[in-house]
Write a protein that binds this ligand. Structure first.
Ligand SMILES: C[S@@+](CC[C@H](N)C(=O)[O-])C[C@H]1O[C@@H](n2cnc3c(N)ncnc32)[C@H](O)[C@@H]1O
Length: 276
């Protein structure tokens, strides 16, 4: 499995080829099946916008745009704009209809003036390998900046590190060992289970914070999706010794999965509202 399509312009390590897109699509479908919503029920869309025509929604770090595609089926008249630092995974824009736009944006950079206060809802999902404890506030602030007064931010993550030790022992299970290795490749992500505090620090009122483990019926595909993600990470490890070690742990984890083990990361949804 090669990640040769990964752009060298940005540090995103999980690849953007068809394996990576399929992995994200499966994850999206599993999450949607589990939660049963694309927009959390605490988000009350402005009632004045009966025909949805003035409703503006943004998805930042949209990737393949699959969340947007599904949202067009619920809100066909709404204007939905997708943004990502890379357009490599975008579908042809016309497949999503005339009310959708897909363009490039680096959410760590100062927000372009034309995006300020533009949206009723801003959605972001899966910055767990991208934002660090040091810079997550930049992202929350920029997302808040995109909201109209009274608009809502929905942020969805998987908590992939917080319950693991800082350092693993050789005797630890492969998941613990791999997670501790990930700490050396990816930013610190203590922010994931402090998203409500991150929102409040930026002046957003927290409407809800949900954490859920994958339901038993979804554990198998969820686990396979996670292991495909690990394989993609294994592909980009440069040090050959580390790469070999990592692939061995992955093989052990896959073997454990046959005996009922699964990646029990919690899904996290945080919803906040801007004053107004
Ligand atoms: C794990 S993927 C998630 C994609 C999508 N949100 C989903 O849930 O399927 C993370 C996405 O964030 C994008 N990304 C990385 N750095 C970014 C940045 N600085 N600004 C905007 N998007 C970024 C990546 O290109 C990638 O598409």
């Amino acid at each position: 499995m090669s990640n040769s399509n990964t752009s060298s312009e940005d540090p995103y390590m999980l690849g953007r080829n068809y394996y990576a897109s399929a992995r994200l699509a499966m994850l999206h479908l599993l999450i949607h099946a589990q939660f049963g919503f694309l927009l959390h029920p605490s988000i009350k869309l402005p009632s004045a916008i009966k025909d949805q025509e003035q409703l503006r929604i943004a998805d930042v770090g949209t990737g393949t745009g699959i969340w947007i595609g599904e949202l067009t089926r619920e809100l066909p008249q709404a204007h939905i704009d997708g943004y990502d630092i890379s357009d490599e995974q975008y579908p042809p824009q016309e497949w999503y209809g005339p009310n959708v736009s897909l363009s490039k944006l680096d959410i760590f950079k100062p927000l372009p003036k034309e995006l300020e206060g533009k949206y009723d809802v801003v959605h972001l999902r899966f910055f767990m390998t991208i934002a660090s404890d040091d810079n997550v506030q930049v992202v929350v602030n920029n997302l808040k900046g995109m909201l109209k007064p009274g608009g809502c931010l929905q942020w969805v993550e998987r908590d992939w590190m917080s319950k693991f030790p800082e350092k693993a022992e050789k005797s630890d299970d492969p998941h613990t060992q791999v997670t501790c290795y990930h700490r050396s490749l990816f930013p610190e992500v203590r922010w994931i289970n402090s998203l409500p505090a991150q929102f409040e620090q930026c002046g957003l009122e927290v409407l809800d914070y949900v954490t859920q483990a994958p339901l038993p019926v979804y554990r198998k595909p969820w686990n396979e999706d996670c292991l495909i993600g690990w394989a993609a990470i294994g592909d980009v490890i440069k040090n050959q010794e580390d790469k070999k070690w990592y692939r061995e742990r992955l093989a052990e984890a896959a073997e454990n999965a046959r005996k009922g083990w699964y990646v029990d990361w919690e899904l996290v949804v945080c919803v906040g509202r801007k004053d107004g």
